[in-house]
Ligand binder design. Structure first.
Ligand code: FES
Ligand SMILES: [Fe+2]
Length: 310
């Protein structure tokens, strides 16, 4: 079977864990970017992501590796690695081999997420993920968390936001929302305005999207109640991703109202995702699709994405 997608795993920042799901001293095993990885938190608080296999004799550090202060100790022969991956100690040898180094990955913590930088050639980050003011703000609810594993890739999934016509046919919306698209460097911005149905009649609503590279998108819903959806996509390999929603609602001092409206918005997003998944999991990426003039944003998205495949 030929590959359904003609591109490698792109460059970008990608979710590897929620910050509050990794305690100091904890070691987790992950499988992303076609690699076996470990994620751990030093006792002093920094999160670290590294290749899972010890450079000494190949033990898997996620099976018995121990965080000792700010070092990670291999279960096989006790070699110790610092946060940069450098071997700091071989307990039974006078000298540490100078080339002993565990491969480590850049990590940042932003808005309650641990994110790592992936680049197909190993180049350093060329953009950043900004802090959002809702995070740890008492006016906003803690994240509601949803996740799926999907046989698709980042580019195909975010292309959905640039595909206005599918809303009517896949999601059954009565009209196609009027949407403006803009590319600013590594960001793709979308602004949609629509009528939102409420028990007291339709009201003006909107969705403002801000997608940072191939793996991280922030969508702000206004209208009934302000809701923030953070869409996180992490490649497992070239043809599979983990797809997440982290949803926070502005409670305007009225938590039960926010919870109710937030739940309705969330239920709709989750419904839409379940409608998109069978399309994503079975479609091909056509390099020269038959786009109508109305579908220019899809071409714009594809051109924008090229910068993430260096
Ligand atoms: S394999 Fe890790 S210390 Fe030997
Ligand atoms: Fe969709």
């Amino acid at each position: 079977m030929p590959s359904r997608f003609p591109f490698p795993i792109p460059a970008g920042w990608f979710f590897v864990s929620y910050s509050d799901e990794l305690d100091p001293g904890q070691v987790k095993t992950l499988r992303y970017f076609g690699r076996e990885l470990i994620l751990y938190r030093e006792q002093s608080g920094s999160a670290r992501l590294a290749d899972a296999y010890c450079p000494h004799l190949g033990a898997h550090l996620g099976h018995g590796g121990v965080v000792d202060g700010d070092r990670l100790r291999c279960p096989f022969h006790g070699w110790q690695f610092d946060g940069s991956g450098r071997c700091a100690e071989v307990p039974y040898a006078e000298r540490v081999p100078s080339t002993a180094k565990l491969e480590t990955w850049p990590v940042v913590e932003r808005n309650g997420f641990i994110l790592t930088w992936h680049h197909p050639t190993g180049a350093p980050p060329f953009f950043e993920i900004p802090e959002l003011d809702h995070f740890q703000n008492p006016d906003w609810t803690p994240y509601d968390r949803y996740e799926w594993e999907i046989a698709s890739c980042c580019q195909e999934i975010f292309e959905n936001s640039a595909d206005g016509a599918h809303f009517r046919y896949v999601h059954g919306t009565r009209t196609t929302p009027a949407t403006e698209y803009e590319v600013i460097g590594y960001r793709m911005l979308t602004r949609s305005r629509m009528k939102m149905p409420t028990p007291r009649g339709p009201i003006d609503g909107g969705i403002d999207g801000d997608v940072y590279g191939p793996g991280y998108g922030v969508f702000r819903f206004t209208g009934i109640i302000e809701t923030l959806l953070i869409n996180l996509i992490t490649p497992i390999d070239e043809e599979h991703v983990e797809f997440r929603y982290a949803i926070s609602v502005n409670n305007r001092g009225d938590e039960s109202n926010a919870r109710g409206v937030g739940r309705a918005i969330t239920a709709d997003l989750v419904k839409q995702t379940s409608e998109d998944i069978p399309i994503w999991e079975n479609k091909l990426h056509l390099e020269t699709p038959l786009l109508c003039p109305e579908e220019a944003p899809i071409a714009m998205w594809r051109k924008h994405m090229r910068q993430f495949y260096p």
